[in-house]
Each structure stands twice: as C-alpha cells, then as structure tokens.
Design a protein around this ligand. Structure first.
Ligand code: AMP
Length: 552
C-alpha cells in the first residue's frame, strides 16, 4: 500500500536546509520538497518544518516534558545519561545529540516500518489528544513507537519538532518564498494571501490544491494583525511622521479580532486562536450590530470605569468552569481601533482616516467601545496625551499615520508605540545553563534572583542582551564559582550582578519568590555592585503594586 512521502525525505531536506546559510538555497531545497508532496501532506510538512507540527489552536498541545523525551531517547538508543550530557555539551542541541545516540541504537522493532509524513502527523495528533491521569505513560508509549522506527536523521528532526527548537534558519518568510517558487505564485501575491490566511501552512496547502483564486478576507478565517514599531520618545514620533497623526491610547489587554457574519460572532487572539467562549459579553455586544464585519481591537479587564492590570485577564483565559463568577470578578471592555471588512467590502486597503469612520458605523449601538483617539502634531501634545493615558492606567500611546492602509501581518513604521519605561532590577545570577548553536558549551542562560529575608529568591531567567565576548567572559567566571554541576545547569555562588530591564512584574508559582519579571532583558553587567547591593524582593513587590495600583 502506498502511504505517501517518507518522513526521511522531510528530514533529509531539513538537513540540507540547515547545512547552508544561503537563503536562496534554503528556499530552493524546501520548494523541491513541496513540489513532490501530495497536496494533503503540504500543510503538515510546512508545520513540521517550522517546528510547530500541530495546526492552529492545538499548537501547544503536544506538551511533552523534556524528561519524558529524554527517557524515551535513552531507552531506545540504549545509552547512558552520562553520554547524553557529554554529547549535549559538545553540540548544545538535543536533536543533534539524538542523531549521535541513534546511530548506535540497539533496540530494533520486530517489524520495522518506515515513517511517513502521514504516520508522523498521526502520531503527533494522537499525542496531542492524550490528557488526564496516566497521560505521561500513554504519551511515552506513542513516542516510543515513533522513535523505534526512526532512522538517526529522522530522530534528530523529530526531537527538534517536538521541542519546537528547529534552528534550521527556515523562517516563515522563506517558507512563503518556497511556496511561491514551488507553485508558481507571484511573490507579492503570496505575501498578500499569506497575511489574509494568517497561516503559511494553509497558504501552502491551498496553493498545492490550486485553491488560491478564491481566497479573500472573510469571516472566521482570522488574519494576521498589523503591529507597531517602538518609538523612543515624543521627539522621535514627530521626526518620524513630520505631519499630523492619530494618537490612540495603548490598551494593555489582549489583542482581539472580532468576526461577525449575521448571527454568528467569533473572537480571535493574536495567535489566531478562537477565544470566543472566554468572552461571552464581548460576543453579545458584537451581536447587536446590524452590520457584518471583521474589526481589530483590544480586550481590557475593566472595573469601576478603570482598567485593571493585564494579569487579571489570565483568570478569564484559564478555565471555563465558574465563568459567570469570574466574569463578575473581572469584567472586560473591548476597545476597537480598526476595521478590515465591512459588510461585503474589504476595507483594510483604505487609509486609516476612512477606516475609522466606517468602524464607528460598524459598532454603533453595540456596547463595544471606540479606542480613544486624538489628532496630534507637536511634541508637547503627544507628551500631554501620553501622561493622560498613563494617569488613567493605560500603557502609553500608539501613533498612527492616517493615510496608510492596514498592513496585515506587518510590523511597520506606519504605527509607532510609545510605552512607559519601567524601573530596572539589579539581580544576582544563581544558576546558569548552556546555550545552543554557536553558544554550545557556553553558559549563556542565566537564572537570576533578588535578596530576601530568607536569602536569594529567583525572579526570572534571561538569555538576551550580552555580547559574545561578554558571554565567554561570563562562562569563565561562572565556572569558577560553580557550587553544583547538574549537567545541563550549574548552580553558582551568588556573586555576579546584572541589571535587568523587563516589561512588567507578574505573580508566579514557578519561582520561589512568587514573582516573575515578564520579558526580561540583560541591560548590563553591574561590575560595580556586589551581591549584597543587589535589589530586594521588596522592590519587585513594590513595582508589582505600582504597576497594578489600578487593580484596587
Ligand atoms: P507591545 O505588546 O508592547 O508590542 O504593543 C503592541 C500591542 O499594543 C498590540 O499588539 C496591541 O495588542 C496593543 N494595543 C493597545 N492599544 C492599541 C492601539 N490603540 N492600536 C494598536 N495596538 C494597540
């Protein structure tokens, strides 16, 4: 029986893709693969190549712990933990490690069956469906049968897919190019269609099936959001635009597209996931409109005429049981700022100034709110509005060129965001992990902590911000102060102080401090500070309450 394309073909292509730094060659290799696939294999393969083998809302559902994966790998390859650690230090990449271990694989299945695109996709689907008690064991069994039949090169890429750490340099833009090459679609057209479909795997599959002609923006297919670039300050904004622009409040919640067609309303998050069921009141408000549309805006937790901090929304997103209670506790508002489709007309190509008046009509009488918007030109005006936004508990401003279209999926200079800067934290490194790729063998990921009555307590982990040279130097210093070597991770004497910038402070169960810095970035190494001079948990707590003073 013909089971379609072998998985080995995919793995070999990925090996070719990662062995060249040339983007042109990467695209060529992938295009060659796409051309020989069956149409139904194209979508799954594109997802595999991008390291997120499951479609849409199931993106995160594989949820295989590293420990489970390592157990399976060791078991099937018949290797020792020691050997795995040694190879990991050498390569800094679990996929690569797996390749070497599988070359010496001892266990051979009774009836060896070659993996195919179809069988691998099915295994991923099966794993994602496992839940509840005993799920670890069931997942392990699925994984085992997958790896039992895997050749070394296949095992390498299975691991990369399962951990989402592909590191082949095959980014979405290049996949889009490969799709355009493979199926003879104009490059610009492929880009446009990609943004409408919101998912390059769907684009590829439709291209393979010859179904692109019928693609247009339509309800219930979420499309990519337009994003903003960061502006340094009001001066930068004025210099950049050099004309009158719109300044809108920057709302801190979750970005959401509302799609309405007759009686049906769906709400999609920035990751294009359907979140309708979590926000019934937003759905009900949208249902009141007499129009059909796709609008863009932000869902904000909002109580007593004031915004609550973003974190309150997590309560709403977590579970559906007791939703009525949580809805009372965390009411929300929807602030609309754009419209992409109005009745039968695609509006996203229109200039913003036309879109906003259409938007007003679309949501009139619904209870959905319009984002606060003012025309500004001068630095002083921008600063005044920025202060107003902050004093009302919002995050700052988004400044928009009124003459430009909505660029689906693009972080463009037509929108600039101006955000308040939070304080930085001086924290101490208490543990370090090895990096990947060119940082293999270097200690480049740091767990950092602040002082408390009970010693140092962890508030986060950071890996960005240092130069290669600094990382080398840091590795040397950290090796000297290692107190415990756990293979992947080294515990170190709390000595080195880092200045950490971050977006906000969140409550967290993961760290012993009870807090975590969101999006931490290393600003610099504080050579001038000792661990005793690092910041305290009180400061972290204070920032948490300051940023959340609107919570009360
Ligand atoms: P950031 O998350 O800091 O990169 O800022 C970009 C995000 O700000 C967007 O993705 C939106 O979710 C959010 N946002 C809040 N208010 C607006 C607005 N008026 N226009 C556009 N984006 C906004």
């Amino acid at each position: 029986m013909d089971d379609g394309t072998s998985f080995a073909k995919v793995a070999e292509t990925l090996e070719q893709v990662s062995s060249t730094t040339s983007k042109i060659l990467k695209v060529k290799h992938l295009a060659e693969l796409l051309r020989i696939l069956r149409p139904e294999e194209v979508g799954p393969v594109v997802r595999m190549v991008l390291g997120r083998p499951l479609r849409g809302e199931k993106k995160d559902m594989l949820q295989i712990g590293y420990s489970t994966l390592l157990e399976v790998i060791l078991d099937i390859s018949g290797s020792e933990q020691k050997e795995l650690h040694r190879l990991y230090l050498e390569h800094g990449d679990l996929g690569e490690v797996c390749f070497h271990l599988f070359e010496r694989k001892k266990e051979v299945p009774l009836f060896e069956k070659s993996l195919t695109v179809k069988s691998v996709t099915n295994s991923f689907e099966n794993i994602s469906k496992v839940s509840g008690k005993g799920s670890k064991g069931t997942k392990e069994r699925y994984l085992k049968s997958l790896f039992l039949n895997a050749k070394p090169i296949e095992a390498k890429y299975l691991v990369k897919m399962l951990t989402g750490e592909m590191r082949t340099g095959m980014v979405e833009g290049l996949v889009e190019e490969a799709v355009s090459n493979a199926f003879g679609i104009d490059r610009e057209e492929a880009r446009r269609l990609h943004t409408i479909l919101g998912d390059v795997a769907i684009l590829a599959e439709k291209a393979a099936r010859g179904e692109l002609k019928s693609v247009r923006l339509c309800q219930f297919t979420p499309c990519s959001f337009m994003l903003a670039e960061t502006a340094k300050d009001a001066h930068h904004v004025v210099e950049h635009f050099g004309k009158e622009v719109y300044a809108e409040f920057k709302y801190d919640g979750i970005r959401a597209q509302i799609h309405k067609l007759n009686n049906e309303v769906r709400i999609y998050s920035r990751r294009l996931e359907d979140v309708t069921e979590f926000f019934p009141e937003v759905r009900e408000r949208a249902e009141k409109s007499v129009h059909n549309f796709i609008i863009d805006g932000e869902i904000v937790p909002f109580r007593d005429s004031k915004p609550l901090s973003f974190q309150w929304l997590q309560k709403r997103l977590r579970r559906l049981s007791g939703l009525a209670e949580i809805m009372k506790d965390v009411p929300v508002e929807y602030f609309a700022f754009d419209i992409l489709l109005f009745n039968d007309k695609e509006t996203y190509m229109l200039p913003l100034k036309e879109r906003v008046s259409i938007l007003e009509r679309a949501i009139e009488g619904t209870g959905l709110k319009l984002a606060k918007r003012e025309k500004v030109r001068e630095e002083g005006e921008i600063e005044r509005l920025f202060e107003l936004s902050k004093s009302l508990g919002y995050e700052g401003l988004v400044l928009k060129d009124p003459d430009t279209p909505y660029s689906l999926g693009k972080r463009g200079a037509d929108w600039l965001k101006l955000k308040k800067e939070l304080d930085t934290i001086d924290a101490v490194i208490v543990a370090a992990e090895y990096g990947h790729g060119k940082r293999a063998g270097l200690l480049s990921d740091y767990t950092f902590a602040v002082r408390s009555k009970n010693g140092f307590v962890v508030v986060g982990k950071a890996y960005s911000g240092l130069t290669d040279r600094e990382i080398e130097e840091m590795t040397e210093r950290l090796n000297q102060i290692t107190t415990e070597d756990l293979g992947f991770i080294k515990k170190v004497k709390p000595e080195i102080v880092l200045e950490i910038a971050f977006d906000s402070v969140q409550k967290s169960n993961r760290h012993d401090s009870g807090f975590a810095l969101r999006f931490p970035r290393i600003k610099r190494i504080r050579y001038d500070k000792t661990a005793e001079q690092a910041d305290t948990i009180d400061k972290v707590r204070q920032i948490y309450y300051l940023q959340g003073q609107r919570d009360k």
